[in-house]
Design a protein around this ligand. Structure first.
Ligand SMILES: [Zn+2]
Length: 531
């Protein structure tokens, strides 16, 4: 029996009596100036093949690798952010295998002394449905290695090699098999991307291959194993099913889909009494299936040994000198707690440093402004809290939906925005005090965005006459006009059809091009119609 469908995207598709073990491996290209072991330019997206190459990164015999200090520092920083133990002593090792994208037939990687190990990463699910609200994911290790070259297959069946990517610094992050659902695995990759961007060590763009996620998935019979300190141990002499490594995953959505597909495939095999060898499969985006690539070698096949050309080094010394910035999860929590943003708004606003800084500057202005609000004196803490909440909801909506939406429509970026947080905050304050209505506030915002300069919203409001007419004497002529023009509706209202009042208010709003204060209009209409 299938307990939940693949479409729900929430939980692991699971047949009765089976359970799934999932671990992730993520490779991250660091955006250092130069490559890992030579001074060639680090530009994985370079358009002309084989331009950033030398004897080291093409793997010429006798060429000597010189490690990139910045790359080691950043790997340490990533390890710290993942709450890992940073090693006292670490070294590089040679990992041997033959493949055309690996010129020297070994990759310089790290085997038994990785820079960082035994960390944790905590995922929370305040708004999405997951089988648990909090998932603590163990981090097995984070180590540094070099990227391989890129193979290009042409239409005539030949394969060409581009060494631009060869020896770009790569951090491999290996988790413990602690994920319980595909959603958790996807969320981990999303959070990791935000973390890497906040640390400014990688662009972590999955589509461009800056961040490559692989999932290790195996379906097991329930009660046949236990996970102790990240190790899967069989219980009662059980023979466990082999893990399947899924590669070629190029989007967050694909992380989830690939895992769900693999769980379904393995479950069906078990139902038929079949087993499988340890293997690597590739996610095929077109067919939405995984395809067998190769039967997996074991670690011993790589014949690891210490890299003789690079001396061991002391990552802990670097770690002691480094401090971490506020990390995305902590920042999101603070935006929710301190400013009163909803979880969804806080998540969006902390997704990039630019948005976070802009939102923080806006909120700082508004909080300041609120605290100087004359009516506030004598207010209780509850009232102040309520006011802050209302302001956060308003500002959150204007930032995440209006501003972000208009920027997307105009293909503009918050990074190049001329609009200052001060003027944006002033616009929010105009809406908050009901000096303008939402329609006119959006017109002003569009004008501010399209002008290409930093414009004062109050100035635009006054110039365009967008301010709400709450002055009764200015509205009275319009009210008279509406009453004269809609005798049938006026008659209906007087005959007791109270909801018709909203129609008449609407006509006042239309006649004033949205600048009338609807509450004042309704009050005046009611007064006039009861005369
Ligand atoms: Zn080079």
């Amino acid at each position: 029996m299938i307990l939940f469908s693949r479409e729900t995207n929430k939980n692991i598709l699971m047949k009765e009596n089976y359970t799934t073990i999932i671990g992730m491996e993520v490779h991250v290209e660091l955006k250092t100036e130069s490559k890992m072991f030579c001074s060639c330019k680090n530009d994985p997206d370079a358009l002309t093949p084989n331009t950033n190459i030398c004897e080291v990164c093409t793997g010429q015999p006798g060429a000597l690798p010189v490690p990139n200090k910045k790359a080691i520092e950043w790997a340490v920083l990533i390890g710290k952010a993942l709450q890992c133990n940073i090693r006292e002593l670490s070294k590089f090792d040679r990992k041997h295998y033959f493949y055309p994208d690996l010129g020297k037939a070994y990759q310089i990687s790290q085997y038994d002394e990785p820079i960082a190990e035994n960390g944790t990463f905590t995922l929370t699910f305040p708004t999405e449905e997951n089988i648990r609200d909090i998932a603590h994911i163990g981090i097995e290790r984070a180590h540094l290695e070099e990227d391989t070259a890129k193979l290009l297959h042409d239409t005539e069946g030949s394969t060409l090699v581009d060494f631009n990517r060869s020896s770009i610094p790569l951090v491999e992050i290996v988790t413990k098999p602690d994920f319980k659902t595909a959603l958790e695995a996807k969320t981990f990759c999303q959070e990791l991307q935000l973390l890497l961007r906040a640390l400014e060590v990688s662009d972590a763009d999955m589509e461009k291959g800056h961040m490559r996620c692989e999932a290790n998935v195996s379906v097991q019979k329930e009660g046949t194993f236990e996970i102790v300190d990240g190790k899967v141990l069989p219980l009662g002499g059980a023979i466990l099913n082999h893990k399947v490594e899924v590669k070629n995953i190029n989007s967050f959505r694909a992380v989830e889909r690939a895992i769900l597909y693999e769980v379904e495939r393995q479950s069906e095999m078990l139902e038929k009494g079949e087993t499988w060898a340890q293997q690597t499969r590739g996610w095929d985006e077109n067919t939405q299936t995984t395809v067998l690539q190769r039967i997996k070698e074991t670690a011993a096949d790589y014949r690891y040994f210490p890299e003789p050309d690079i001396p061991p080094f002391h990552p802990i010394k670097l770690a002691k000198k480094q401090s971490l910035p506020e990390l995305p999860i902590a920042k999101r929590e603070r935006f929710h707690e301190e400013y009163g943003f909803s979880y969804a708004d806080a998540k969006f606003l902390t997704s990039s440093t630019y948005w976070a800084n802009f939102a923080e500057a806006v909120m700082s202005e508004l909080t300041d402004w609120l605290s100087n609000f004359p009516e506030i004196h004598g207010d209780t803490d509850e009232i102040r809290e309520e006011r802050q909440q209302k302001m956060a909801r308003l500002a959150g909506g204007y930032l995440t939906s209006k501003l972000a939406g208009f920027l997307t429509e105009r293909k503009k970026d918050i990074q190049t925005l001329k609009l200052s947080p001060e003027n944006f905050a002033e616009l929010i304050a105009l809406v908050y005090t009901e000096r303008i209505n939402s329609t006119n506030a959006q017109k002003i915002l569009i004008e501010m965005l399209d002008s290409g300069t930093d414009m004062d919203p109050t100035h635009i409001m006054e110039e365009k006459g967008y301010g709400q007419i709450s002055d009764e004497s200015k509205m009275i002529d319009v009210i008279d006009e509406v009453i004269k023009n809609y005798p049938k509706q006026v008659g209906d209202f007087r005959a007791g059809k109270d909801p018709i009042i909203q129609f008449l208010v609407g006509m006042v709003m239309k006649a004033t091009e949205g600048s009338a204060d609807p509450k004042v209009a309704e009050k005046l209409l009611r007064e006039k119609l009861s005369e």
